[in-house]
Design a protein around this ligand. Structure first.
Ligand SMILES: Nc1ncnc2c1ncn2[C@@H]1O[C@H](COP(=O)(O)OP(=O)(O)OP(=O)(O)O)[C@@H](O)[C@H]1O
Ligand SMILES: N[C@@H](CCO)C(=O)O
Length: 291
């Protein structure tokens, strides 16, 4: 048997829709894999009652099939599903890393990214790499058609998860089909600023580059209190605030030492809107680890 811990991730970061992602230090899924004649799945932990154990419907089933690695797979969910924190991707990433090792398949971490993304296709209809890439590789990742680039970074973050469910499928339906050229120019500038910030480990540049006027405003309507929570986090010292992945988690970048005040401001503001929430004081962290 082999145990793998794969972290939650935050995709998009505002200006990098379907491209950018970061690994968070916490929360994480813990997945145990042991060889078997056919794949069986057991799920416990956060939101497990909403997660299918049928290998055709769980992200880890598709990964086991792609690696031709049948196994008994126990998933202990630390990342709640439909959170915007890459819940389904964390399980897929852990399974890809664990089964590759268990069956000695010899794939590199980079090669495991598209394999884990096959699991994502099971739940969202599309094989997105932007959550599985950081969960496998750690750090900040840029996932494009030509592959994945990774940058080690250690920016402090606060991820505030409200007690609201937003499915990725629903959140993709509200994404605008068109953007104006001035919005394209602004997005390119912001994405470049954010990428420079990651290379320099500069929370100011990262926060500035998280600004987005195309996808985020459309999705904000699905999250009660989003605008007030964003303003409260900025007043408490956040350098940038946006929706994590497809939401409803709201993610803030900041300088070291201000996570606590930002977490408290975000929780209080969701509370004022009658929404329970929990906050993870985190930072950009490492990818899946085998124990
Ligand atoms: N191993 C798994 N872990 C979590 N959810 C899974 C898993 N396998 C299948 N699912 C299903 O995936 C769906 C949740 O995926 P969804 O993409 O909406 O949210 P998410 O994984 O939190 O990611 P995102 O960051 O994209 O919002 C649920 O319907 C859930 O039942
Ligand atoms: N980039 C994806 C992440 C969720 O899978 C989205 O925002 O829809």
């Amino acid at each position: 048997m082999l145990t793998v811990r794969a972290p939650a991730t935050s995709a998009n970061l505002g200006s990098g829709f379907d491209v950018f992602g970061v690994a968070l230090e916490r929360p994480a899924d813990v997945v145990r894999v042991s060889k078997a004649d056919r794949t069986t799945i057991e799920v416990t932990g956060a939101g497990s009652q909403f997660i299918p154990e049928d290998p055709d419907k769980n992200t880890v089933g598709a990964v086991a099939e792609a690696l031709e690695a049948p196994a008994h797979i126990q998933i202990d969910k630390g990342v709640r599903p439909a959170s915007g924190l890459g819940s389904s991707a964390a399980s897929a990433a852990a399974a890809a890393v664990g089964l590759n090792e268990l069956y000695d398949r010899g794939y590199t971490r980079e090669e495991l990214v598209p394999i884990a993304a096959k699991g994502e296709a099971v739940v969202s209809g599309d094989a997105h790499d932007d959550n599985v890439a950081p969960s496998i590789l750690g750090g900040f990742t840029i996932a494009t058609e030509s592959g994945v680039r990774q940058v080690d970074a250690s920016i402090p973050l606060v991820a505030c998860l409200p007690d609201i469910v937003v499915s990725t499928r629903d959140a993709r339906r509200v994404v605008p089909e068109h953007a104006r050229v001035d919005q394209l120019v602004e997005t390119v500038g912001n994405a470049a600023t954010l990428t420079t910030g990651m290379h320099r480990d500069d929370p100011g540049l990262v926060g500035e580059g998280m600004h987005d006027t195309v996808v985020t405003p459309a999705r904000a309507k699905l999250i009660d209190g989003y605008e007030s929570v964003r303003e409260a986090a900025l007043e408490a010292g956040a350098t940038g605030v946006t929706i994590s992945g497809a939401g409803p988690t709201v993610i803030a970048a900041c300088y070291e030492g201000s996570q606590r005040a930002i977490a408290s401001a975000m929780l209080d503001t969701f509370g004022e809107h009658g929404v329970d929430a929990r906050a993870y004081q985190s930072r950009i962290g490492r990818g899946a680890q085998i124990f």
